[in-house]
Design a protein around this ligand. Structure first.
Ligand code: G3I
Length: 389
């Protein structure tokens, strides 16, 4: 009896030791999510399930608990964007992003950094200076270089994947695509030329050689009916790799809308990026539909909840089927926190928890799909830069 007790004690001590060494790697106590949580189920196939987080909402207990329990990677929804980190020229404010990185470390989560080079959410001092001519294109380039190096250096060693460049490719409705499909109206392309995208990857790589560097965009995994945008990104990234640009992955945002059919080429499009030797990820999944109002967000179509769950399920399945799809991130998890009602009049119900933070059928669909995913190929993750480099 005593021997058994000792054995149990020794085994527990060994388990504790193992747990604490893992915890030390993350800089906090070991964290044990519920065994039926999305993150625990996904871990069995080496997939990270993530969410966008607004750090200030972590003060809300229910929000923080779900963020910690259900997800194994987090993305700051806005707090690493240039507008937020350098609101006044030369003065950085990392407080929101630092808070989230610390939360992630406490809960054994990895962080997706978002985003270094984008035409939106730039500081007013920057866009106004460019518009009124006090910031020349040469100075703009220097400012961007400093922004990328300073931000990547600040978070060095703490970021798993960086969305280095975001939304550079033209949609079918954009009037001035360049011959390779890049949007000729993009702020950065207009001022610095399209070569600036590759430079951003080079600068980020120099500042943190271990972070996985992603190109991130929407409608690039079958959502665009002709698949032209996906083709353009595919050709561009292939060319960049041939030129030795340090790109490690392509992220499809995954902002879907039930009024359009499910993108049936999603798996194939993710796979062909992976076949270039890249990681892939679903980086901002949500599925919007028409709702009664922005507060309650009840779908106007009674069948919508079923279709909504099905779209999430299909998106996850596309990722699971591709071994190099290393993370599946939802763009916030509760409808009352979603960007959708503010951007698409009359739409909402986009997330996997409702406005009262109760799990929706879509949550259950993801949970069930992950539980069934035993046969899916195990991801190579969590890792950082692979042998290709
Ligand atoms: O923080 C300010 C606040 O101080 C101010 O009073 C208020 C007044 O408008 O604005 C607040 O900023 C808002 C910010 O979100 C933080 O809540 C901005 O107006 C609002 O435009 C901004 O929206 C974000 C949007 O990007 C900007 O384009 C969304 O939260 C965010 O979810 C969304 O995320 C993007 C990804 O980064 C890239 N892919 C598409 C995705 C959805 O648009």
């Amino acid at each position: 009896m005593r021997l058994r007790a000792l054995t149990v004690a020794a085994t527990s001590a060994a388990a504790l030791l193992a747990a604490s060494s893992t915890a030390m790697a993350h800089g906090g106590p070991a964290y044990h999510p519920p065994s039926d949580s999305l993150r625990a189920l996904a871990a069995k196939v080496g997939l990270r399930v993530g969410t966008a987080v607004t750090p200030s909402y972590l003060d809300q207990q229910a929000y923080a608990s779900i963020a910690a329990d259900q997800f194994s990677t987090v993305t700051p929804e806005n707090e690493m964007k240039w507008q937020v980190v350098e609101p006044t020229r030369g003065t950085y404010d990392w407080s929101g992003a630092d808070r989230l990185v610390q939360f992630a470390q406490q809960h054994g989560q990895l962080v997706r950094g978002h985003t270094l080079l984008w035409h939106n959410q730039l500081p007013d001092w920057l866009t106004q200076g460019v518009a009124n001519g006090t910031i020349s294109d040469a100075e703009l380039r220097d400012l961007l270089h400093k922004h990328i190096v300073d931000e990547v250096t600040h978070f060095k060693g703490k970021i798993w994947q960086w969305d280095v460049a975001n939304e550079f490719f033209a949609n079918s409705w954009d009037p001035h695509p360049l011959p390779d499909g890049i949007n000729g109206d993009n702020f950065w392309v207009q001022h610095l030329g399209e070569g600036i995208i590759a430079d951003a990857f080079r600068w980020a790589h120099e500042a943190d050689p271990h972070a996985l560097l992603f190109y991130n965009d929407y409608n690039i995994a079958g959502e665009d009916g002709t698949n032209a945008k996906s083709d353009a990104v595919y050709n561009w990234v292939k060319k960049m790799l041939a030129e030795g640009v340090p790109i490690d992955g392509v992220g499809d945002q995954g902002h879907l809308d039930l009024q359009y059919g499910f993108p049936t080429k999603m798996r194939q499009d993710l796979q062909r990026f992976a076949d270039l030797g890249l990681k892939v990820a679903i980086t901002e999944a949500d599925v919007r539909t028409f709702v009664n109002n922005a507060t309650e967000q009840q779908p106007t179509d009674p069948l919508a909840p079923y279709a909504h769950a099905n779209y999430y399920d299909e998106m996850l399945k596309a990722c699971l089927a591709v071994r190099d799809c290393i993370s599946f991130t939802v763009w916030s998890f509760g409808d009352s926190y979603s960007w959708v009602p503010g951007f698409f009049t009359g739409e909402g119900y986009a997330d996997i928890y409702d406005v009262n933070l109760q799990p929706k059928p879509a949550y259950l669909a993801l949970q069930e799909q992950l539980a069934l995913a035993k046969g899916a190929p195990h991801r190579p993750g969590p890792g950082n830069r692979g042998p290709r480099h």
